[in-house]
Ligand binder design. Structure first.
Ligand SMILES: *[C@@H]1O[C@H](CO)[C@@H](O)[C@H](O)[C@H]1NC(C)=O
Length: 194
């Protein structure tokens, strides 16, 4: 009896769950490196060169020295399949103290590209698992970190880590993980592309 009812329910659901594509004939596909979580975040973007699709791949292996799977954001042509190229937000490895050579942060597994936003020609992308070594470099603080583009085109990149402050410790801002989500407010149209 119970089995009979259960089978009936499965039958109903098979009928309801029918998948579909918005466009089955003329579509564009983009992909990223295997295991990079390509597609974890997606945003549209417009700059002086035209329109783009931005795709986050938070476990992508980058060319950053000594950084293991730091994550990347790709810029793809909206009408050309497989046209994605990494946006060079951050090409550097971990930071080291100039005075004593001590490592200051850890970009490995930082999940850069986990969140992503575009507004008026500006892009912000974040690494919520970025770890800062605070207080004599002996604390491990997942403060999170973001990068944003400056200027009219995406030619310069600026770091922004609002929780990298003297307020260390998990009970203050040390476990902030800034960049779990991100957004940009409207930028004045006179200076940006709107
Ligand atoms: C950096 O993070 C990676 C991944 O979590 C870890 O394996 C490595 O030991 C860390 N390095 C330091 C110096 O903390």
């Amino acid at each position: 009896m119970c089995v009979g009812v259960w089978v009936a329910c499965v039958g109903v659901w098979v009928g309801v769950v029918v998948s579909f594509n918005l466009e089955t004939e003329d579509f564009v596909t983009h992909g990223g490196p295997r295991g990079s979580k390509f597609g974890f975040s997606v945003s549209h973007h417009r700059d002086t060169a035209g329109a783009w699709v931005l795709v986050g791949a938070p476990e992508a292996q980058t060319s950053q020295p000594e950084v293991w799977q730091g994550g990347a954001v790709y810029r793809c042509h909206p009408a050309v399949s497989g046209s994605c190229e990494p946006v060079p937000f951050d090409l550097t490895g971990n930071h080291y103290d100039n005075d004593n050579g001590q490592q200051m942060d850890n970009k490995s597994m930082q999940w850069f590209g986990a969140s992503l936003a575009s507004q008026s020609g500006v892009i912000v992308a974040c690494a919520p698992r970025y770890v800062w070594f605070s207080v004599k470099r002996n604390r491990r603080e997942p403060v999170g970190n973001c990068f944003y583009t400056t200027g009219r085109d995406t030619h310069t990149y600026q770091m922004y880590s609002p929780c990298m402050t003297p307020s260390w410790g998990y009970h203050r801002q040390g476990s902030c993980q800034a960049g779990i989500s991100t957004t940009l407010t409207q930028v004045r149209c006179s200076t940006r592309i709107c």
